[in-house]
Ligand binder design. Structure first.
Ligand code: TZP
Ligand code: MG
Length: 221
């Protein structure tokens, strides 16, 4: 990640390829930084800090620790939802859901080099995204998942194909993704896979990340 340039579409697509989204409640007692460190050794290309249960102070402390880990490796750190925390830790990106700060407001508050991801849960959201200052879309959820249950109906692979046809923005698929479905999700039009449990809860997060990337390559996508 260049110091103060927002990655363009092509660079962003590459950075989003294997996108770890954290949940420290799923790491089975291991420190989050250890799990993230192992996963990036295995080839994770982007990390989003998403910790719904943490208060602001602990959330910021985690953000600063991950930033220190990832910046020397040129792996972008994305902060879920919290613009203030993103600013405080000099994050590379923020990820916004449909109930979070509207992208226009976030864009006004953030430095120009910080990229914005936006979760789309309906076709209307995808259409709306064309008018918004967002840099990639999270297609959410692609499959039903116990990790997040307060979602709209899953898109499925057909839905992901429909989103692909509606937008040229980089697309990250999220929800129920594991190495066994990685290739077909990519083939349906995703530029990257966003993964919580299949990386955070893996026995060996480094091996799990490698497994994802091998299967994505084997699928020639
Ligand atoms: N947004 C849509 S689904 C989801 C989020 C944060 C959770 C995905 O978790 P998992 O464990 O990768 O299915
Ligand atoms: Mg949110």
């Amino acid at each position: 990640v260049a110091a103060h340039l927002k990655p363009d579409g092509g660079a962003l697509r590459r950075l989003l390829r294997l996108y770890l989204v954290t949940d420290s409640q799923l790491t089975r007692g291991r420190a989050l930084a250890d799990v993230v460190g192992a996963a990036v050794q295995g080839g994770v290309s982007c990390v989003q800090l998403r910790e719904k249960q943490l208060g602001t102070r602990d959330f910021l402390a985690q953000a600063l620790a991950l930033k220190a880990l990832l910046a020397p490796l040129r792996i972008p750190l994305v902060i879920n939802d919290r613009i203030d925390v993103a600013l405080a830790c000099d994050a590379d990106g923020v990820h916004l859901g449909q109930s979070d700060m509207p992208p226009d407001e976030a864009r006004r508050l953030l430095p120009a080099h910080v990229f914005i991801g936006w979760s789309v849960e309906s076709s209307a959201d995808v259409v709306r995204s064309a008018l918004l200052p967002v840099d990639y879309l999270g297609v959410s959820p692609v499959f039903a998942t116990p990790t997040k249950t307060d979602t709209e109906a899953p898109w499925g692979l057909d839905g992901l194909r429909r989103v692909r046809a509606l937008t040229s923005l980089p697309l990250v698929a999220i929800g129920g993704i594991h190495p066994g479905n990685a290739a077909e999700v990519m083939a349906a039009g995703a530029d990257g896979l966003a993964v919580v449990s299949a990386l955070c809860a893996a026995d060996d997060p480094r091996a799990a990340a490698r497994d994802f990337l091998q299967r994505m390559e084997a699928g020639h996508v």
